[in-house]
Design a protein around this ligand. Sequence first.
Ligand SMILES: Nc1ncnc2c1ncn2[C@@H]1O[C@H](COP(=O)(O)OP(=O)(O)OP(=O)(O)O)[C@@H](O)[C@H]1O
Length: 580
Amino acid sequence: MKEMLKYYKPYIPIILLIIAALFGQAMCELALPGYMSDIINFGIIKSDMSYIYKTGAIMLLVALAVVICTGLAGLFSARVAAKSSRDIRSALFRRVTAFSAAELERFSTASLITRSTNDVQMVQQSTVMILRLACFAPIMGIGAVIKALRTSVPLSWTIALAVLAILLIMALAFFLVMPKFKVLQSKLDRINLIMGERLSGLLVVRAFTMEPYEEDRFDEANLELKKINIFVNRAMSFLMPALMLVMNLSSILIVWVGSKLIDAQNLLVGDMLAFMQYAMQIIISFLFITMMFIMIPRAVVSGQRIGAVLKVEPSINDAPDCVEADSPAGKIEFRDVSFAYPDAEEKTLSHISFTANPGETTAIIGGTGSGKSSLISLIPRFYDVTEGEILLDGTDIRRISQKSLRQAIGYVPQKGMLFSGTIASNLRYAKEDASSAEMRDAAEIAQAMDFIREKPEGFEEPVAQGGTTVSGGQKQRLSIARALLKNPKIYLFDDSFSALDFKTDAALRKALKEKVGNSTFIIVAQRINTIMDADKIIVLDEGQIAGIGTHSQLLKECSVYREIASSQLSEEELGKGGLA
Ligand SMILES: Nc1ncnc2c1ncn2[C@@H]1O[C@H](COP(=O)(O)OP(=O)(O)OP(=O)(O)O)[C@@H](O)[C@H]1O
């Protein structure tokens, strides 16, 4: 909760204003029954019209003050709640964006979305309530008790009785409903999870005609949420009538006891009516206080869920003495690198050592799951090495600022990722102020210009969320063009040519060599054709290096490579490589 409280600090002056307004509201409300009692006792009973007018006018002014104070308190508390929620949402977004892959895996995406939306909204609603009631209810409650006791001591037991009844009812509601609030939020997580997963995998669901199964799964989660919601709402809808009953019964009790006191000339009629209003004010204050006891734990549940995210420090940070990698040459060196995913028992990569030089292409090949993508993801520090070190121009990348390290890298992920917008907006993701000529050049090298030209709107062609309106190969080419626009020193291609036909693959590699040939290229590939011209090929097998060399060297010396090659190349091609 401490994480959350700091978001309210900037608003302390406004909170103080709210407290002042609420104090004014409570004082004015407490004064009203006294004036009413005076009007009855000294105006109506004594038929003194000028007293009635005078006191009535004062009452009107006091009532006006109540309206002003209530309005101000409402306005300010809504402002504080909305602004603090905005700050919390921004902090959540910033924190989640700074998370490394390891932290992201700890929270599900669905849960992060619920926490940033529903939980923040919950906290916002509770903030308004708490800001308004936490001050107002105690001031009004204590003030009304003092005033009621001053008006009539013999009647005071009726209030005690009513308060006791209210506390009992609220305690019952508290114990019945509270545990459900926690479950409610986690059920919402589940709904978001199923919804998100199904929507992104809709085509697979359809292809396997699993709609009924998915509907059942969703219905199950939905039904659970409905059950809890109904339970909570039932309990809450029972609460209001029960409380109204207590209030009405206590009014009757006051009239009954009060009339006997009036009869015995121990109480004035006006005082009895004023007492009744004080009793209502006391009961309402207790009602507010107990309502807060219900609201606060609910807000605490949401606050804790938000705090749990804010509390997590990203595991990959800039070292305090980090240096900037300004205009690096681009030499990447792995020195005895081993890597295990967080919480994984076994290492994914063991004792990897190699150097990737500028102006050279270093290719990584190996069977599925051999650790190729893991290896490449260590270079931009998506994960940190577990043992050993990776050097950029001789400096450990953990000592280079993440920004300048990533600035030096053009990363093209295995799954081309585009954002909603246009082709141009996606390319400019790499360089905000890229000119049309620069974009054309990059698209030309990435072999994307042909299909962009065919689009009715060219670079301004809309791209749907996730790039669903372009083909897999086009997505890969646009991802490559995006990386090219950045003009980095190091290119990391994680199986980025897999969706390209052989001709485009070859043309792209040729253009890359011609235009940006002095950069460092690290290419992960499944296809031998893509990498057989590479200056250095690293063969990975179960996270270990099975061989390093050129195509022809590896054909002779590395059995794993030979196996991959012979499954993909013809005898003639193998012969050319020097095997036959
Ligand atoms: N985020 C992760 N957490 C835990 N283990 C992972 C994670 N990502 C990958 N792995 C495991 O690490 C191993 C290597 O995976 P990696 O994706 O690097 O292989 P790859 O050689 O790129 O495979 P492919 O060619 O199929 O893409 C696999 O056994 C995989 O299950």
